[in-house]
Design a protein around this ligand. Structure first.
Ligand code: S3P
Length: 759
């Protein structure tokens, strides 16, 4: 609650009135006064109980005010600031704890800052410029709405001169009204608004005016359908208000208009030259960006991070019991999907991909290549067409490449981008930002790459292009396919031979796919190598179902008496089948049928029926081959007879979460006996007891595999298992809960505050 004796709102319209209304609604105990040139508005504000007192003259109100909010139009700021400068003693606005704080709500910030400088001769410590991103088509104090700011963003743009204590007071004011407060510098604020709001208005006004001029009788509008209507709705906005905004935010609007004109020029050229690839590339990128934006539209967010925070709110509820039967196909392999886009983009020719995983991780890779100028069609039901640009055809992206939760994307990109002629920056979500990237940055630097990381070798990664890379021989300190693949991709651009030795076999999809694209990759024992300077030739890719996703259903069937399940078309690359070997060692009734090879990768149908499981010591050589499957295997262990012991799995601690600890915490909630070790875990299973453990509330820590594992655990639980922070399941397994329900699990999705089942 604001600790202000008196709030003075200058300008009692919709924005100022709603602020007063919101403060009243939350029980603000101080005095609220207001100044407005319209005495009628003041009288209405008092009558509505929004303000205690008001006047048309500022002079009579300033004394005693501790927080002054300027809610007047931007072009009226100059005179109001001047009046305040004349009325307020300078020391009231100075020092580390100014007695009086002034803030504003103007929609452009540099212009308001200039008014302040002109009036005060400096930026006072007590001045905190701000902009609530909220409004309505209505105006006047009568339209005040106490909820106008709830869950809306307020952007504050403090300067170097602003006292942190003053910023804190303005934050408190807006948070009390239910708003989320964030900070930006003035220039960024004006650029962001120029691009997201002012430019579209300008274009709409201009298009309608252009057409109207061409047809004085406005006949043409009779034939204008949905496209015209959608594009130009905002051309009906208030002309005076927009004149003021374009006057106040002139420079930022002009710079966004320059960018727009350049983009329009590129498109014009493509149309003129009949360059279908260029058109496709532009339209595809735009269409996907628009779809992505659609998913943000129901919120008011400006930044991806806020979307992520929202997503964190998805909860799964898994009722105890159920059975597992049927014939299903799980989505495409994540590792292969990432690589299909990467190699397809660098190839010469058109790569047709089937079975592509439409999960957020691989979509992030796809979007990143679009941002580097690659035309990519789809995905439509797993089909993607990549129009390769050749080894040297990528273009510098306009901004940082955001790869979300995807470690594979970030690490493989690091190698690929180290060899490009332009600079790039790789950023990810909160989980990825904690993961180690030194494991790729270090050997890449030895190859001659220039890469900056944040502290401790964490993302973001800043890659300086235009470096000459040379091949190296690298002894990997950990068994990592991502590190191996990163170096091989950098090796494509390096002079001479790039050799990587792995301490244990890791997935070899990169090597297989490179070979499929006609690039020679050699292997002898634990070492593989290639020579730089070659080229890739497009080839069709048929992505098998992901054995890592199939694992959840393998374990589900393995622990549930009476189950009988067939998983079709699952990739059974020998470097990925640890889960099959481990489950068989535990006694699972699991058979491979219909074994065949598609596009260089072996696949099979997996048939699993319930059989009692026994605890085992997991063979060390199986650990890298089942590295992503352990969360689910821990659930199998909890249902087996005896103890299962895992060692040599310290890599689990640096996955999307610390998977040893995350699983141990969840197992503890269920009451499963276990002992955590640095590199593994011992789990004491319940054996054939029908109810193997209890239920409870589990935090998945935003890790998709932790979330899905505990859904599977519900089959043998005595009570409901509620799993929080599940939105990231969409990174690897879109449609998981739906598929789980079709085979007999009882799981529902629940958004925060919404108990509806989502289809
Ligand atoms: C992957 C390699 C593995 C795996 C990840 C995908 C890949 O990571 O855990 O899910 O596609 O190369 P590491 O290389 O870090 O073991």
């Amino acid at each position: 609650m604001p600790n202000e004796a008196r709030v003075l709102i200058v300008g009692l319209g919709l924005i100022g009135g709603s602020l007063a209304a919101a403060l009243r609604a939350v029980g603000y105990a101080g005095t609220i006064q207001s100044c407005d040139p319209d005495a009628g508005e003041i009288a209405r504000g008092i009558e509505m109980g929004l303000i205690d007192h008001g006047d048309t003259r500022l002079a009579s109100l300033v004394e005693g005010a501790t927080l002054i909010v300027l809610a007047v139009p931007v072009l009226a700021m100059r005179s109001v600031m001047q009046e305040l400068a004349d009325l307020l003693p300078r020391e009231a606005l100075s020092g580390t704890a100014p007695r009086v704080v002034i803030t504003d709500v103007g929609s452009t910030k540099a212009a308001v800052r200039d008014c302040a400088l002109a009036a005060f001769g400096e930026l006072p410590a007590g001045l905190v410029l701000g902009h609530p991103i909220a409004g309505s088509e209505k105006s006047g104090v009568a339209a005040s709405n106490p909820q106008l700011y709830i869950k809306h963003k307020v952007i504050l743009t403090p300067s170097r001169e602003t006292a942190p204590a003053a910023v804190a007071r303005v934050q408190t004011l807006w948070r009390a009204c239910g708003a989320e407060v964030l900070e930006m510098d003035v220039e960024r604020h004006d650029q962001v608004l120029a691009r997201t709001s002012h430019l579209p208005h300008l274009l709409a006004f201009s298009l309608v005016d252009t057409l109207a001029r061409q047809d004085e009788r406005l006949e043409i509008f009779r034939y204008a359908a949905g496209g015209f209507r959608d594009f130009t709705r905002i051309a009906g906005s208030d002309p005076v208000m927009w004149r003021d905004i374009f006057t106040a935010n002139r420079d930022a609007v002009l710079s966004s208009l320059d960018d727009f004109e350049a983009g329009l020029g590129r498109l014009r050229q493509a149309v003129e030259a009949g360059d279908g690839d260029a058109m496709l590339s532009i339209f595809d990128r735009a269409s996907h960006a628009r779809h992505y934006f659609d998913s943000l539209l129901n919120q008011t967010s400006y930044q991806v991070e806020y979307q992520m925070q929202q997503q964190g709110k998805l909860t799964f509820r898994a009722a105890p019991g159920g059975r597992v039967a049927g014939r299903i196909r799980v989505p495409g392999d994540k590792s292969i999907s990432h690589r299909s886009i990467m190699l397809g983009a660098l190839a010469e020719g058109v790569t047709e991909v089937k079975g592509f995983l439409e999960g957020e991780d691989s979509l992030a890779t796809l979007q990143a290549f679009r941002e580097m100028g690659v035309a990519i069609e789809g995905p439509h039901q797993g089909r993607v067409t990549v129009h390769g640009v050749g080894m040297h055809g990528l273009k510098a992206p306009a901004g940082p490449l955001y790869v979300g939760n995807a470690g594979t994307a970030m690490r493989l990109f690091a190698g690929l981008l180290a060899g490009q002629g332009f600079d790039t920056e790789l950023i990810g979500d909160a989980s990825l930002t904690k993961r180690p990237m030194g494991r790729v940055a270090d050997p890449l630097r030895v190859m001659g790459a220039k890469i900056d990381t944040a502290e401790g070798g964490r993302p973001p990664l800043k890659i300086h292009g235009g470096q000459k890379l040379k091949g190296i021989t690298y002894d990997m300190p950990m068994a990592s396919a991502q590190v191996k693949s990163c170096l091989l991709l950098a090796g494509l651009y390096a002079e001479g031979e790039t050799r990587v030795r792995e301490p244990a076999p890791t997935r070899d999809h990169t090597e297989r796919m490179l070979a499929g694209f006609g690039y020679e990759v050699h292997r002898e024992g634990d070492t593989c190598w290639l020579n730089g300077g070659g080229k890739l030739t497009a080839a069709p890719i048929d992505v098998p179902s992901d054995i890592s996703s199939a694992t959840f259903f393998l374990v589900a069937a393995a622990i549930t008496p009476g189950s009988n399940l067939i998983l079709e078309h699952v990739g059974i690359n020998p470097t990925r089948i640890g889960v099959i070997n481990i489950l068989k060692l535990m006694g699972a009734d699991l058979h491979l049928t219909n074994e065949r090879e598609v596009g260089g990768e072996p696949v099979a149908d997996l048939h699993i029926r319930y059989a009692p499981l026994k605890g085992i010591d997991i063979p060390l050589d199986q650990v890298p081959l089942a590295i992503d499957e352990f969360p689910a295997l821990f659930v199998a262990a909890a249902c087996a007879t005896g103890t299962t012991r895992l060692r040599g799995a310290e890599e689990l601690r640096v996955k999307e979460s610390d998977r040893i600890q995350a699983m141990a915490d969840g197992l503890a909630t269920l009451g499963v006996e276990h002992t955590v070790l640095e590199d593994g875990i011992d789990i004491v299973g319940a054996g054939e007891r029908e109810v193997a453990y209890g239920g409870g509330r589990i935090d998945s820590l935003g890790d998709h595999r932790i979330a899905m594992s505990f859904v599977v655990a519900s089959l043998r639980a005595g009570e409901e298992i509620v799993i929080d922070d599940c939105a990231n399941v969409a990174t690897s397994f879109p449609g998981f809960t739906e598929l789980a329900r079709t085979v007999g699990l009882h799981v529902e999705e629940e958004d925060a505050g919404n108990t509806e089942e989502r289809a």
